[in-house]
Design a protein around this ligand. Structure first.
Ligand code: ADP
Length: 378
């Protein structure tokens, strides 16, 4: 993992400012993608994900910034460099499969290869290889219209990979498929990406997709990066409420810092509870503080355990059995808490329990109100 992060980036974007007709959609964004790795841009609709992708592909012209692909500057506002899309050797797959209905599968995949002057048996062989890699080899001579949505999307992927691009840019490629197929294609995409070792940037608003596919995830909000990290890092250490809410579920507890000192756990008073948090805190200042607790981490028990920090008597208020998962609403001195547990050891509604929140799972969030001065206060 470490070597990947420290390798020379294959795609680098520096201070990208982009928009449409005077309206700024991306506000000075920088990112790096390591060779052969998968980066997802994740965020709500309209936050600028597609705009970043289209500017990297060369389909839009940035207002400011630089874009470097495989060591070559393909765009630089200051140096007046702007390579056309075909010279960037990137492949892009969109949400709508963009399969040409009047052509056969062969012709659809061959299109980009013909541009590279491939002909005859060489051409057919490359097409067949690409189709085999997505499990569509036997469909080579079928008309494109005879394919299902999932099959069409696989053909679109085969076309994207067939001309051996430097990297692939995928914009919500699965969002037109039904839920079951999406999950299957997700696994197939991951296999493909790993088999070809292709550097990939993937735009999605689906957190599961981003978590399942990515080496790194960038959470975007209103044209800026809110947080970047490995999927688990973002899940376990969300820095802001926005990220905590966007990825996974989170209990957001609000209270006041009661004690904080360098090298010591921070103690936050939440209602009548003193919550010990051992997660790092950006700025050690007293005052209001939000804490995120993922619903999978609090523990419920029938007996008190003397050795535990962050343990309180509590009561089960509600229980919802969702099959593989049980969702509890628990009342504790800090208010109410949602807890996700397995249905292996069920607690009853109304049952008195002991609640434990591991101090390492109480994540101190960056307070949006003080974020601007956090550097000063630290
Ligand atoms: P996302 O991919 O995250 O949904 P987009 O990059 O598509 O977001 O859009 C970012 C912002 O730019 C939005 O406010 C959107 O309305 C605007 N926008 C996107 N495409 C165009 C366009 N072709 N013309 C004008 N505004 C656009």
């Amino acid at each position: 993992m470490d070597t990947m992060i420290h390798a020379e980036p294959f795609i680098e974007v520096r201070n990208l400012v982009a928009g449409y007709g005077g309206k700024i959609a991306v506000k000075g964004l920088s990112l790096q993608v390591a060779p052969g790795s998968h980066l997802s841009l994740l965020g709500p609709s309209g936050c600028g994900k597609s705009t970043v992708l289209r500017n990297i592909a060369g389909l839009e012209t940035p207002l400011q910034g630089e874009i470097i692909i495989d060591g070559q500057t393909v765009f630089s506002a200051s140096r007046r460099i702007n390579l056309p899309p075909e010279k960037r050797r990137l492949s892009m797959v969109f949400q709508s499969y963009a399969i040409w209905p009047h052509m056969t599968v062969m012709e659809n995949v061959a299109y980009g290869l013909r541009m590279q002057k491939l002909r005859g048996t060489d051409l057919r062989q490359r097409v067949a290889q690409a189709l085999d890699s997505v499990g569509m080899g036997e469909f080579i001579d079928r008309p494109a219209t005879s394919l299902s949505g999932g099959q069409q999307q696989r053909v679109a992927l085969a076309r994207a990979y067939a001309f051996r691009p430097k990297a692939v840019l995928l914009d919500e490629p699965l969002s037109n498929l039904d839920a079951r197929l999406r999950v299957r294609m997700r696994t197939e995409l991951k296999d493909l990406q790993q088999r070809f070792g292709l550097t990939t940037i993937y735009v999605t608003h689906d957190q599961e997709e981003a978590m399942a596919l990515s080496d790194r995830v960038i959470i975007m909000r209103e044209g800026e990066i809110e947080q970047e990290g490995a999927p688990l890092e973002i899940y376990d250490r969300p820095q802001t409420r926005f990220v905590a809410d966007f990825i996974g579920g989170a209990n957001i507890l609000t209270g006041t810092v009661a004690a904080t000192a360098s090298g010591q756990p921070t103690i936050v008073q939440i209602g009548r509870a003193m919550l010990t948090c051992t997660t790092p805190r950006a700025a050690c200042i007293a005052g209001p503080q939000s804490v995120a607790v993922r619903p999978v981490y609090p523990q419920m028990a029938r007996t008190e355990r003397a050795e535990l920090v962050n343990q309180w008597p509590a009561q089960v208020k509600r229980r919802a059995l969702l099959g593989d998962l049980v969702v509890y609403t628990v009342e504790w001195p800090g208010g109410t808490l949602n807890i996700h547990a397995f249905p292996t050891d069920l607690f009853d509604e109304g049952e008195a329990i002991w609640l434990h929140i591991p101090p390492s799972r109480a994540v101190l969030l960056r307070n949006v109100a003080t974020a601007g001065v956090a550097g000063v206060a630290a």
